[in-house]
Design a binder for this molecule. Structure first.
Ligand code: FES
Length: 201
C-alpha cells in the first residue's frame, strides 16, 4: 500500500466523520416539536377557518326561506275540493293575503294588495270584478286591469298543481293553471309575480 493510498483512506474517513453530525442534525429537525411562534400561527389559522365556516353558515341560513307552511311568505296547501268552481266568486285567504280565483283558463292566486297605493280591494259580486275602495281601480276575475289609477294588473302568487300524471307550475307571467285531476295545490306566497303594466298585458 503506497503512502498516497493511505492518505486517500484517511481523507475518506474524515469526510464520513464530518458528514455524520449533519445527518443526525437533519433527523433532529424532522422530529423537532413546534415552537411557540408556530403554535400561535396554527391557532390563528384554525381561528380564521372557524370564523369563515361560521360566516358561510350564517349567510346560507339567512339566504334560505324561513317561512313555515301556512305562514305568509311560505307555501299554502289548498285542498282541491275547496277550490271554487270555474266562474264562481273568488275566495279570500286573509292569512295568505291572496284571492283564489278559478277562471275559465285556470286557477290564479291574486295578491290582495291593490297595485295603485296598496289598499285592500274587494270582490264585488254584482259587477263580477274586484274594486278598490280607495281610488276606484277595478280588475277582472283574473286580476287584469280594467280601469282606475292603478298602473298595472294585480300581482299574482305562483301556483303549483300536482296531478297523477305530473306537476304544473305557474309560468313567468303567473298565467292561470289548469287544475283538472289535481291531488294537491300549493300557493307560494313567497313568490310574487308582478302584474303586467297597462298596455303590456
Ligand atoms: S289604492 Fe287602489 S285604487 Fe288607489
Amino acid at each position: 500500500m503506497t503512502t498516497q493510498t493511505i492518505a486517500k483512506g484517511k481523507a475518506a474517513v474524515q469526510t464520513r466523520e464530518a458528514s455524520a453530525p449533519t445527518a443526525a442534525a437533519s433527523s433532529e429537525v424532522a422530529v423537532k416539536p413546534i415552537n411557540r411562534r408556530e403554535f400561535l400561527y396554527y391557532i390563528w389559522g384554525a381561528s380564521i377557518a372557524v370564523f369563515l365556516a361560521q360566516t358561510t353558515g350564517a349567510i346560507i341560513w339567512f339566504a334560505l326561506p324561513r317561512f313555515r307552511e301556512g305562514e305568509y311568505g311560505g307555501i299554502f296547501v289548498v285542498d282541491p275540493a275547496t277550490v271554487p268552481a270555474v266562474g264562481a266568486s273568488p275566495v279570500a285567504n286573509p292569512t295568505g293575503k291572496y284571492w283564489l280565483s278559478h277562471t275559465p283558463n285556470g286557477l290564479v292566486a291574486l295578491n290582495m294588495v291593490c297595485t295603485h297605493l296598496g289598499c285592500l280591494f274587494k270582490w264585488v259580486e254584482v259587477n263580477r270584478r274586484f274594486e278598490c275602495p280607495c281610488h276606484g281601480s277595478k280588475f277582472g276575475e283574473d286580476g287584469r286591469y280594467i280601469e282606475g289609477p292603478a298602473p298595472r294588473n294585480l300581482d299574482r302568487f305562483a301556483v303549483r298543481v300536482t296531478t297523477p300524471t305530473g306537476v304544473i307550475e305557474s309560468d313567468a307571467n303567473g298565467s292561470p293553471v289548469k287544475i283538472d285531476g289535481a291531488v294537491r295545490i300549493e300557493i307560494n306566497t313567497g313568490k310574487k309575480i308582478k302584474g303586467a303594466s297597462i298596455g303590456q298585458a
